[in-house]
Design a protein around this ligand. Structure first.
Ligand SMILES: [Zn+2]
Ligand SMILES: [Zn+2]
Ligand SMILES: [Zn+2]
Length: 359
């Protein structure tokens, strides 16, 4: 990030030693495990003001080429999950947006209670070497978490198929980690170093020597997690890469610790965790307004785009052809990706992809 910049204040929800914050759908398995592990030690919820240096002046955008089509982002993403503006592929994780979006959601008491029960259940499953029961427990937690903390996920979580595939992926990854002795060892050293540091920002002195050891331990844990999730990454509904998975895990950790640190150490941590990224000035390109075929929300697309994700409802739209007009209400709409028939997002009339009434 650039130096000599203004500061904004971001409210971060803190519960216990975890931050439930925006969008970590890939690394969230690891994050949830930590959440469960720390549940007993949870303290009263308190919002914390976190100053984060954000450059002033012209808006900037993270420069990452799409692995699928080579395109660069031309529109600022609404969430930290960056989807290609041209083909809709999952491109990258934008840490700046993750920390500056007040979309945090903390678990409701009912969810906390569920997690406490599942913690005991998972310990039992581990003792019995029962991977299937462990996975069932993971699924139960995410079924609740994706509902109560939807803001912590990609906008695609609104698509039931996406959600199902994500939960299956998380069940696999979470159990791979839960039954891996090396992972457990890394987590234990992270936890023991964590105990030597203040429980909340401003609550006692933070020893930077210990903190640097914690960062090193966390990086080792992430490296092991990435080794274990790599064989499953193709099952992730965003077809993410192992590098992006590492970035999302590190992002959760970094977001949590930023409020504890002074400005210099914040910059150090962001760079150390590989989250600095290359940001370039956003140069506006002409955009055409279209309408999501699932929810009707406006979707702005650049020339040459073939498929885009609606950042409101998370469904993909085919934007390679002009919009069609609903034969019922006359409303303009794009066609949901891959659909031959669909319901008008405004009046629910069934129509075909060519705009004719479906019989
Ligand atoms: Zn692309
Ligand atoms: Zn939509
Ligand atoms: Zn209609």
């Amino acid at each position: 990030m650039m130096m000599g910049t203004g500061e904004i204040v971001v409210i971060v929800s803190i519960i216990g030693t975890i931050v439930v914050s925006i969008a970590v759908s890939i690394g969230i398995a690891i994050f949830m495990r930590k959440m469960i592990a720390n549940l007993n030690a949870s303290i009263q919820f308190q919002p914390v003001a976190m100053p984060v240096a954000v450059p002033q002046g012209p808006p900037q955008i993270k420069r990452t080429a799409c692995r699928n089509c080579g395109g660069f982002k031309v529109k600022p993403p609404k969430t930290a999950c960056m989807y290609c503006d041209f083909c809709g592929a999952f491109v990258d994780w934008d840490f700046r947006i993750a920390v500056s979006t007040a979309g945090s959601a903390r678990p409701a008491p009912a969810l906390q209670q569920l997690m406490a029960q599942e913690k005991a259940f998972q310990a039992q499953a581990r003792a019995n070497n029962d991977v299937e029961s462990f996975k069932q427990s993971v699924r139960r937690i995410y079924e609740q978490h994706t509902v109560q903390c939807a803001a912590a996920y990609s906008p695609r979580i609104g698509d039931p198929k996406y959600k199902h595939q994500l939960i299956e992926y998380l069940a696999l990854v979470d159990s791979a980690l839960g039954f891996d002795p090396e992972s457990q060892q890394h987590e234990a050293s992270v936890a023991s170093l964590r105990r030597m540091l203040p429980r909340a920002p401003g609550h006692g002195h933070l020893d930077m020597n210990v903190f640097r050891q914690l960062v090193a331990a966390k990086k080792a844990a992430t490296a092991r997690a990435v080794q274990l999730l790599a064989p499953h990454i193709h099952l992730h509904p965003d077809e993410a890469s192992a590098e992006i998975a590492a970035a999302t895990i590190n992002s959760t950790f970094t977001q949590y610790w930023l409020p504890f640190l002074d400005a210099g150490n914040r910059q150090w941590l962001i760079a150390e965790m590989g989250l600095a990224g290359e940001y370039v000035e956003l140069s506006p390109v002409p955009l055409t307004e279209r309408h999501c075929g699932s929810c009707g929300d406006a979707v702005h697309v650049p020339q040459g785009a073939s498929r885009v994700v609606c950042e409101k409802c998370g469904h993909f739209n085919d934007v390679s052809a002009p919009e069609v007009q609903c034969p019922g209400c006359g409303g303009p709409t794009s066609v949901p990706s891959g659909a031959t028939t669909f319901s008008c997002p405004y009046c629910q009339m069934d129509m075909r992809a060519d705009g004719m009434r479906a019989l």
